[in-house]
Design a protein around this ligand. Structure first.
Ligand SMILES: [Mg+2]
Length: 254
């Protein structure tokens, strides 16, 4: 897959066709809006990005679709996009009062099982997120070994989960939970928007990049030969420039 650099002439032209008030601007959080950090609980959005994103919410519809729980993501964002979907596409705002009970029960059970199997594993952290469980192994001295142990533990889970890998994380979700791709399509329908731009950096974001028959401009953060996204930014810090130009174009529409 040969993705095009967004800040090349061809990339800028493609982006320009999508930047409009009736486009859904959708973003992953970690590694996209927020730089990846060693300690996942310490992730933050840099202030210039936050300010620009806030301006964007006044000019167009913004959705953040993240693997984190909504509550966790809300704290990091410290601003209100029109839509915030958590748990890799599964957790929607109106579910807060009654989390999908079946999914939550399954995840609770998985969490307990994983904890009993992996609690002595050095550098492995297990995060229960209501409707998914994330296993972090960034801090493991031997990442390969930690991953092998994580997969061995996941294999024992009942019911068998959907597994989504990532950067030093493995996520387990109920088989029938919404993916990020399904979430983006549902968001476009909800807002009545026919076009979207989506920025993401991780394996879970590929579900968006692989969408067919939906008008989405996919932009991968970082160069990656495996991505299905047609466009990319070289690094996360380049997002601010794109956001600034986007806001400037939208303001000229007003
Ligand atoms: Mg990410």
């Amino acid at each position: 897959m040969n993705a095009t650099y967004v800040l090349s002439q061809k990339g800028v032209e493609a982006l320009a066709r999508y930047v409009a008030p009736d486009t859904l601007f959708a973003f992953d959080l970690d590694g996209t809006l927020a730089p990846i950090v060693e300690d996942y609980s310490a992730a933050t959005i840099e202030e210039p990005v936050r300010i620009t994103l806030k301006r964007l919410t006044k000019l167009a519809t913004v959705a953040v679709i993240t693997g984190r729980s909504r509550q966790d993501a809300m704290t990091i964002l410290a601003l209100q996009p029109q839509l915030l979907v958590g748990n890799h596409g599964a957790e929607w705002p109106d579910q807060e009062e009654n989390l999908n009970c079946r999914h939550a029960t399954i995840c609770q059970k998985w969490h307990e099982c994983l904890h009993s199997m992996l609690h002595q594993e050095q550098g492995v952290e297990i995060e229960f997120k209501g409707e998914s469980v994330t296993l972090h192994y960034r801090k493991a001295a031997d990442a390969e070994n930690a991953l092998t142990r994580i997969y061995a533990a996941i294999e024992k889970l009942d019911p068998a989960p959907r597994i989504i890998g990532g950067k030093f994380v493995v996520n387990v979700l109920p088989m029938e939970a919404f993916t990020k791709g399904a979430a983006l399509v549902a968001a476009m329908e909800m807002f009545g928007l026919k076009r979207a731009i989506f920025f993401g950096d991780d394996v879970t974001d590929e579900e968006v990049f692989r969408l067919q028959n939906v008008d989405v401009l996919g932009i991968h953060i970082g160069m990656d030969n495996q991505t299905a996204a047609p466009y990319y930014l070289k690094k996360q810090s380049e997002l601010l420039g794109v956001l600034n130009s986007t806001v400037a174009v939208l303001e000229s529409h007003c």
